[in-house]
Design a binder for this molecule. Structure first.
Ligand SMILES: [Zn+2]
Length: 275
């Protein structure tokens, strides 16, 4: 069974603060070990449950966070940036299941380090009119390839969100959100056991499902007008309100590629303190 792990960092065990996830900081160096621990516990459970080909795709920031030297020897890891499908690179119609490790709530929602792609300039994203986290967007992409979301890990708000977009996936809350920068955390010794057992159970749903290819619409709201103006330069993208853009795409793969361009252009237009 082939499984793809999309590994983000904000939802990892113990992470609650900007420095915990910003490359180069001492705290980030510390949390790379805990993050790798979450991924390894998940891998162990997946293998016990029948997986024999696991690809781990790095999905956070520069996408160079996991420690290869500490990673379970049975897997392969896709590390580094500039991948067409970004957080979901590695998805194809031969994958039997995807696991979202270390995920978080979406822009504008309650949750530890909640955001969608850009850390704070995007105030909301909607997929076909529904508020969308990265998990919801990536689950729709997986559905297009007939790949089920088997398990989602992060804080309790992440699991709540996943119950709506992937109701059959197993949610594992490694911490309880108190605020965007605070959580009641469980030590890794316990979260790793929970992750391992859940991943083993999650494998029961692994397998091929009917691909659901359909047109999709994505709307994005920014915290400043010029970011919407900058994003609206992208072909097919229209400015729909003073801080909003939207676009239609024939399928989710196309929608996610356009969304990646929109976020890159907007990020490039951010101006120092005024944003
Ligand atoms: Zn993320």
């Amino acid at each position: 069974m082939r499984i793809l792990i999309s590994a983000d960092m904000e939802g990892a065990t113990g992470v609650t603060w900007t420095d915990d996830v910003v490359p180069g900081t001492p705290q980030w160096q510390r949390f790379r070990h805990l993050f790798t621990g979450d991924v390894n516990a998940t891998i162990a459970g997946l293998h016990t449950g029948g997986a024999n080909d696991v690809l781990v795709n790095e999905a956070h920031s520069s996408q160079r966070n996991l420690l290869l030297e500490e990673l379970d020897a049975r897997v392969r890891m896709l590390t580094g940036r500039h991948k067409p499908l970004s957080m979901m690179q590695g998805i194809d119609s031969g994958v039997d299941g995807v696991v979202f490790v270390g995920y978080h709530a979406g822009a504008g929602a309650d949750g530890v380090l909640a955001h969608t792609y850009l850390e704070n300039q995007i105030t909301g994203v909607w997929l076909d009119g529904v508020p969308a986290s990265e998990g919801r967007l990536n689950a729709a992409l997986a559905a297009e390839y007939g790949v089920p979301v088997l398990m989602v890990t992060g804080d309790d708000k992440t699991c709540e969100d996943a119950r709506d977009y992937a109701p059959d996936a197993i949610g594992v809350a490694v911490k309880e959100c108190v605020s965007r920068y605070a959580a009641i955390c469980t030590p890794p010794e316990r979260t790793m056991t929970s992750l391992r057992l859940a991943a083993e159970r999650a494998m029961e749903r692994a397998g091929r499902y009917e691909p659901r290819r359909a047109p999709h619409r994505i709307d994005v709201e920014f915290d400043a007008t010029h970011l919407a103006q900058a994003a609206a330069v992208v072909p097919t993208v229209e400015q729909t309100a003073v801080r909003r853009v939207g676009f239609d795409a024939p399928d989710m793969t196309g929608a996610m590629k356009a969304f990646k361009v929109v976020t890159a252009i907007a990020a490039g237009a951010v101006q120092g303190i005024y944003g």
